[in-house]
Ligand binder design. Structure first.
Ligand SMILES: [Zn+2]
Ligand SMILES: [Zn+2]
Length: 303
């Protein structure tokens, strides 16, 4: 229903054994990518996932380790004869930054659409995805994202009858159609019960630990969070460069209580993130030190 792949887990630079942090989601034939640093398309190729169906790319911010892979990816999508428009989402300056990068990928067979984020919180929908962007605290403007797949309520025959909805429209309304009938607008809500729990993934890098992150990670099936440093003596460095330690990330997860948390965006100097996980799990037991290419297939709850 919603497939997630954490394509890489590195921060700052790609390494021979670790690609830069980015996440791909797949749902109902439409793909969404968050961040695209140098080598992201190689990570994608390694995974065997196609870049052609990417309909939306969300950028957290414009540091090179999060966007410099874009021109190459666009060229690859063009070579795969993608024709449908591609939507790019990111902080203010998006069109200027992408236009500059486009000087080395000038001719593409598809249109680029831009959605620049200007508010502290923004809510939007693209295909199957509901996207919530929230401003975090890095040394340049940076956003975290929650990606949700909502789930409508169950068909409610009592409600349909009480609302005097003609039976011949029930199935179309249940499928999400709106119907004009004798001057009245019939909507799916008129025949459905309350919304059921959907699916949600929250992604956040690079930032200090600010409360808004826990707010958006609450109720997430998966919370992907930066953990730049595991070493205790790097706490001051994390503050200075506006990043997080593993323990700060775990504290956010403890507040939010997601289904699980994956750490990512490791400092290149951090070669064995697992070494620090006992203490991380004493703060939030469902924390994992993610590795490149980890995937999770999320399904709606059984009825
Ligand atoms: Zn970064
Ligand atoms: Zn950064």
């Amino acid at each position: 229903m919603l497939d997630i792949c954490l394509l890489g887990t590195g921060g700052m630079m790609p390494l021979p054994y670790r690609w830069l942090t980015s996440m791909m989601a797949r749902c109902r034939g439409s793909n969404l990518l968050i961040d695209c640093g140098e080598g992201t398309q190689v990570a994608l190729k390694e995974k065997g996932w196609s870049p052609k169906p990417i309909d939306v790319i969300c950028f957290t911010h414009y540091h090179a380790d999060h966007i410099s892979g874009l021109p190459g990816l666009l060229l690859t999508m063009g070579n795969a004869e993608r024709m449908d428009p591609l939507t790019l989402v990111g902080p203010k300056g998006l069109e200027r930054v992408v236009t500059a990068l486009r000087t080395i990928a000038p001719e593409l067979p598809f249109e680029l659409k831009f959605k620049e984020l200007t508010e502290n919180r923004e809510h939007m929908e693209f295909g199957p995805y509901v996207i919530d962007a929230y401003r975090v605290n890095h040394n340049v403007i940076c956003y975290g994202y929650s990606i949700s797949i909502p789930r409508t309520g169950r068909f409610d025959v009592e409600r349909a009858r009480a609302g005097a909805i003609p039976q011949k429209f029930w199935s179309r309304l249940q499928k999400g159609e709106e119907i004009e009938h004798e001057g009245r607008l019939l909507t799916p809500k008129m025949v459905l019960g309350p919304d059921r729990r959907g699916l949600k993934v929250t992604y956040c890098t690079d930032t200090r630990p600010v409360p808004v992150i826990a707010e958006y990670a609450a109720g997430a099936d998966l919370f992907i969070c930066e953990g730049m440093y595991g070493e205790k003596d790097k706490a001051a460095k994390a503050k200075e460069y506006k990043h997080m330690t593993f323990y700060e990330a775990a504290s956010l997860a403890r507040d939010a209580q997601p289904g699980q948390m994956w750490l990512t965006h490791y400092s290149p100097s951090l070669t064995r993130p697992e070494e620090y996980m006992d203490e991380v799990r004493s703060i939030f037991p469902r924390a994992k030190a993610a590795r490149d290419g980890w995937t999770l297939e999320l399904e709606f709850d059984e009825d």
